[in-house]
Structures are given as structure tokens and as C-alpha cells.
Design a protein around this ligand. Sequence first.
Ligand code: MG
Length: 348
Amino acid sequence: MTEIRVSASRDYSVLIGSGLLKNAGEYIKDFCKNNVAAVITDDVVDGLYYESLERSLNEKGITAVKFVMKNGEGSKNAENFIAILNFLAENRLTRSDLVIALGGGVVGDIAGFAAATYLRGTGFVQIPTTLLAMVDSSVGGKTAIDLEMGKNLAGAFYQPSLVLCDYDALNTLPEKIFADGCAEVIKYAVLKDRGLFDYLMETGTEFDREKVIAECVAIKRDIVGEDEFEKGSRRLLNLGHTLGHAVELCSEYSVSHGSAVAVGMAEIARRSAVNGLCSEECAKEVCGVIERFLLPVDTDINGEELYGAMLSDKKRSGEKISLVIPREVGRCEVRSFDVEKMKEFFGF
Ligand code: MG
């Protein structure tokens, strides 16, 4: 097992290992003073892991209640958010009790936002079951729900007390959803770690799970430790995401987050090379590793449409939009562009 300590407005451990889920009670009991936990999950993960989690909580004297929502991004809405708050109130949860998110990014985001707001903040533990949630959404304290106007438009920065990454859960993950998480793994390598990049190029999807998840979490930990509330360097984590979100939006979310981010990273690398901000070689390498993971490097959505969608990005401020530019593999920088200049940059 690997333990990574995160230092933010709350300090906490991310534990990465095999068999953590069935022993979850052991790790969780210190954070559950009243011995009551509300588990928020979805109808796919429920059938796979709830029973084993509940058994392990019960063994440590913790009573569990569960709230199950439908699997998928569509569930990350205001209606379910209110339903979770009501569920917590009906079960008379107090601040000394615990909300546990058991599932992927959707479950983690909505459960985290509920934990942040119920009684102005209750205890919160993340048990991510997808690769994307393990390396990205469960760490760093961003919680949110989607509104009709777009994704993640309402939320809070709220750090968990503990994150348990049991990579055995990846064995039940559909290939497509595993690939989705791989796009975020590639993102960390391009951002900060030439060594990880070379390793991924060698192994493809057959990478050592504990090693790679731990390296990604450590990179995220460093970035979040520097800039928890995303005023500066945390924006690096948006590599590939500005265009990626536009691809998601224009495809009406039929392109998954990971695939969209893969396209976004490939395109920003190619355009950075065209604009003289990185070498041709760098762009080739970035596209190469994405293809090695059988993720897309292109989209047929036209430029005008993508440009329009990018203007509605929530990371835009006034007439400026920041883009994360790869300068070389392992080193990126955030640059602020005038929206007109951004259009030129992409050649839209
Ligand atoms: Mg992402």
C-alpha cells in the first residue's frame, strides 16, 4: 500500500492499494466519531461493492445507510443533490457522522457537495471506484453538480478526510471507462513527468496500477498544495480541458470526458507547435502516447462550433481565456489569451 499525504485546508491521506475496500472500516473508523455513515453510490457500484463495504463498516461498529442514484453524468443534478440532503436529514446525520462517496467522479462530486453543505459541513470520505476518480476527481476537494447551462456550475472546495483507492475495483471497470481515466493519467505525465510519460509509452494500458495512481496523485497533491482554490498554478490541471469541454458540449456529451480531453491535449500540442511554442517532436510525442492508449486525437466537430462552446467555458474571465500550453513533455505553462487571439491560435 502507498500512502500520500495531502496538505490543504484540511490535511488527509490518500491510501492506494489492493483489498482496501473490504477492510475499509479499519481505515474509516477514526473519522467516524458517532459510528454512523451515509454511503452515497450508484446502481452499478451498489451491486458490486456496497455489501462488502457495509460488512467491513459493521465489523468496526459503524452503522451504514445508503442512497443509490442512477449511474451516469445525468445524475449529477440539483434534484439528486436535494434528495441526498433530505436523505441525510431524514437519517438524522450530525456533523460528527460521515458521508462516504462510493463510486466514480459523478458520485464523488455530488456526495462531496452534499457533505460540504449539509449542516454547513460534515465528515467526508471518498472511495473512488474508477481510474478517473482515483487519479483526479477524488483528490483536491473540488465538488459540484451540473446545472442546465453546463457542467460543474455549482459546487464548493471541500477536502475529504480520507481517500481510499482500491485498485482491485478497476478489474470490474468497462474498458471504455478505464480508457477514460487513462486520458487524465497521460495529462499528468505531459504536465510534470517525463519519466512517467516514457513508462506509459512503454506499457500502454498494462501499467503498474499502484505505481501510476500514486505518481498521479502525488503530482495532483503538489499542485493543489500550491494553489488549492485555483487562482494560478492549479489551472495547469486543465491541460486539454478547455477544448475538451467544448468537444463534450458540442457532441451533447456523446463523447466521454476522457476522449474529449485526449482530443483537447492532441490539438493544443499540435497548435502549440504550429505557433512556435513547442517543438514538432513534442506534439508528435503527445499525440503518440494518446494513440498508444487507443484514445482519439481528432474530432470532426467544426472549428466555429468549438470556438463558440469555448467562449462559454467557466474558466474564462472577461475577454481572456487561459490555455495550458505544453512547452515540452513534462513542462507546461498557463497562458492567458485574448479570445480573438485564441481563435487565431487554433486556426478556427
Ligand atoms: Mg478532467
